[in-house]
Design a protein around this ligand. Sequence first.
Ligand code: C5P
Length: 234
Amino acid sequence: MTQKTKLIIAADTKKFAEVKTWIEIADETGQMIKIGMECMYALGLDNIKNLTKNKRFFLDLKLHDIPNTVASAIGSLSVLNPSMLTIHTLGGEKMIKAAREAVNNYFELQQRPLLLGVTVLTSMDQSNLYSIGIEKTPLDQVLLLAEMALENGVDGLVCSPQEVFYLRERLGKEISLIVPGIRLERLASDDQQRVMTPKEARQAGASWIVVGRPITKASDPRKIVHTILEQIQG
Ligand code: C5P
């Protein structure tokens, strides 16, 4: 895979000042940040709007509810103008279609965020799947949900390092694949069970990698960002 992989810094914090710093680092290096549940719920819509004004950013709230509620939530979030936003594919065909329509209706064509589907959470292993009545392997379940989600209008998928290669092979080079679970070395894996280095993720076909703690907990986050960029741009 020779496509250019980009970096998303996961701004997992409750502190306004920290998000601001990570946005500065993302701006300096031409990359973007991810706002997830922790940050959104702690700081609120107005603060996030303020921080991300005129910036490209990934809004990762993993929406999952009845179709009408998800569509309305996308309407509420459209004031933020994110470049990407996530829904859970387990919400099913109707929910995904409703999300697609909401994105098309609430955003101008030029400003439409990529609608991304989350398939099986990386925290779910085979025994977790059994316990909720799913007998497929995690990879088969991911492939099933990925194809269903694409048929119903998502632009791309969030996937684990385990799946990115198979999804890229199966779905072709146009689809956006966003990959968290990245570590500079395989040893320092925090609570991510299965990890890849930035270079491995690029080789496996990631369009974007999402990196949180290795950057945000580093004593010199800029240095880590540059090291990652060398790996994914090299
Ligand atoms: O700190 P770390 O690099 O592990 O952060 C990973 C980020 O990616 C977190 O914001 C987490 O919510 C997100 N993520 C994940 N696994 C998924 C989907 C998203 O770790 N399957």
